[in-house]
Design a protein around this ligand. Sequence first.
Ligand SMILES: [Fe+2]
Length: 281
Amino acid sequence: MYETRLLSPNFGAEVLDFRLTQRPSSESIDSIKKIWAEYKVLLFRSQSVSEADLVRFSQHFGSLEIHVREEYLSPQHPEILYVSNIERNGRRIGILSDNEVGWHYDQIYLPKPAVGSLLMTDTLPSDGGNTEFSDMCAAFDALPQNIKNKLDGCLANQSYEAFNQAYSVPTNKKQKSQSPDIQHPIIRRHPITDRKALYLCPGMTTQIVGWDSTESSEMLDFLFEWTTRPEFIYSHEWQLGDMLLWDNACTMHRRDPFDPLQERLMKRTTILPPEHLAAPY
Ligand SMILES: [Fe+2]
């Protein structure tokens, strides 16, 4: 139904002629779901939407997570997480500030991990702060067969705590108890396309369960290097009005740093899977 334009040779597409302020019909939502599964990352350009619109649109794709970092949620719409370096009244209004943010899958540490995220621009610096995505289906497909065999059936430990230590600020006691480490299969099947993807990321994956720690580190280092090779990457340069919807079951992402003297505010919703599409895959 919608025309698309490829964002990279392998994945990512811009959806043309879509305006979020128009209440989408069920046919149009079905069409977006279809191209979302196909292209993994969808760009909607020149959108002008309220927070209520953003929440309403996101809810078409699943139920929305209320993030454990309650100090960074929108005061009016707790389904929206602010990602920002802006300070108001002596406190940061958003998470992740202005530094580099390493490769990660959003909410991989949940028992039923997120299947999507939607990120809307609000305030942008003049440059920097690009978000890069890695196609983890393509990265899996291209792996040597002996590595696929070795990883088959393995679990890995996913840690939000490790991510916070590297790129964010510590959680409080209550938040820590709400986001304990968890183990998930290293190879997961996509709930819609059934394609296999590598389900690990440098920011949160700490150990292959049951492997000797040296052997685990060597394999993870190899996989982290492998999955971030240029042929698997799309780098998004943000424009005001951009809204990105990405697939959290088969892409991971990172963010470039930007000038800390400039303000940046992005608004994110996190899409949880319906029961029949949730883990264990
Ligand atoms: Fe993220």
